[in-house]
Write a protein that binds this ligand. Structure first.
Ligand code: XIL
Length: 370
């Protein structure tokens, strides 16, 4: 064999090795970050607690920066915290959240302007329609106005519907009538013109509630008021994720010209007597309701992983319609599902365990991109 041929063979072999090494390192790098793996598909978000916003939890902070490019404050923009009294606003933590997002290139979804839960006592006690309307208008103008040009999106109205698709008999409906949803979007669009505006709810993938949700959003559109997207919270239960309803919802909502988001994703593994995510619905503690204190059985771990895998396959199938998938919390230990609807349980609903290690579900989710 000539010297020249040998050289050519040698360089081809080198090139192949280099290529293998670089794809391997790409895969290794990819596996280590949700936001990188799904960069071309949809945003990947997490809910952030006050401690996380203030960067008081270094391990959580590292995971957030590695995996997420979108975030929603879990509580601190809710009315009871941001607007505790008639003329008192508490913007400290919300300002920090916005600064955190700017510093780390994380898009912030404001949660939430109008919601019947976690309302301050003063608002719950307003009897006069005029005063209630003033509270409603001031609240949206002041809070949405403050983050104008700084916040990516708002959940303008949260959970205005009952399970059968009718309007929830909330204080907003009671004082303002059922146009309050359209009014909230109208005010938000004026206060923060460049911010995306969403309607957000749980179980709105279920057919009856979905029909009500479509009617409600159609009403907003018909009034000539801007609405950009719809959030399906996605608080589901292991082994019972309603894939068919979810797919139909993605298609039907997208057909209205709306972006579709999964805004509070978690899959709980503990027994539950009802569906949904009404934060006011609670169940008394009982050891039988807390079966996995010492650890999650492997069969449940595998089912959880497979549910997450199938969900992400579905999201990818409709990546032209799904713009964001947000998990409701960073790791299992910090999930609200340890305390709701039953206090003091040990739940396992997310992709990272209590030590911030990726769970089998994490790898299944990543592998949907293979
Ligand atoms: C939850 C928070 O995670 C808890 O910390 C808080 O105590 C109650 O609210 N739907 C929503 C979220 O829109 O705001 C709720 O968050 C969960 C259900």
């Amino acid at each position: 064999m000539s010297y020249k041929k040998n050289i050519t063979r040698y360089s081809i072999a080198l090139a192949i090795t280099a290529l293998t090494v670089s794809t391997q390192s790409l895969q290794a790098q990819d596996k280590s970050s949700l936001k990188k793996v799904f960069a071309k598909d949809f945003g990947i978000g997490t809910a952030m607690s006050a401690a996380q916003i203030e960067e008081r939890d270094p391990k959580a902070n590292a995971v957030i920066l590695q995996h997420f490019n979108m975030a929603t404050p879990e509580n601190i923009m809710k009315a009871e915290i941001i607007h505790p009294q008639w003329d008192v606003y508490n913007f400290d933590l919300a300002d920090k959240m916005i600064a955190y997002g700017q510093k780390n290139k994380i898009k912030i979804n404001g949660h939430t302007l109008i919601w019947h839960s976690q309302l301050p006592a003063f608002a719950r006690n307003i009897k006069s329609v005029d005063s209630f309307r003033t509270f409603f208008t001031n609240h949206i103008n002041t809070v949405a106005g403050r983050y104008k040009g700084k916040i990516f999106s708002w959940d303008v109205v949260n959970e205005a519907l009952n399970e059968d698709g009718t309007m929830r008999k909330s204080i907003f409906l009671n004082r303002l009538g059922d146009d309050f949803v359209t009014e909230a979007f109208r005010l938000a669009a004026i206060a923060s013109p460049k911010t995306e505006l969403y309607y957000n709810d749980y179980n709105n993938e279920q057919p009856a509630k979905r029909a009500g949700c479509i009617a409600l959003m159609k009403k907003i559109q018909d009034a000539g008021v801007r609405i950009d997207g719809v959030g399906i919270q996605g608080h589901w239960h292991v082994g019972k994720v309603p894939f068919k309803d979810i797919e139909e919802s993605i298609l039907q909502y997208a057909a209205m010209g709306l972006k579709v988001m999964f805004t509070e994703l978690d899959i709980e593994v503990l027994p539950r007597s009802f569906q949904g995510a009404d934060v006011n619905q609670r169940v008394a503690s009982n050891p039988a309701l807390n079966p996995y204190k010492e650890g999650l059985p492997d069969s449940v771990q595998q089912q959880l992983a497979s549910d997450y895998e199938n969900l992400f396959k579905l999201f990818l199938k409709h990546k032209d319609k799904v713009t964001r998938v947000t998990f409701w919390g960073v790791n299992d230990g910090q999930s609200w599902l340890n305390d709701w609807p039953v206090r003091g349980r040990t739940n396992y609903p997310l992709l990272f365990d209590r030590e911030f290690n990726p769970k089998p579900a994490y790898y299944k989710v990543i592998d949907t991109k293979k």
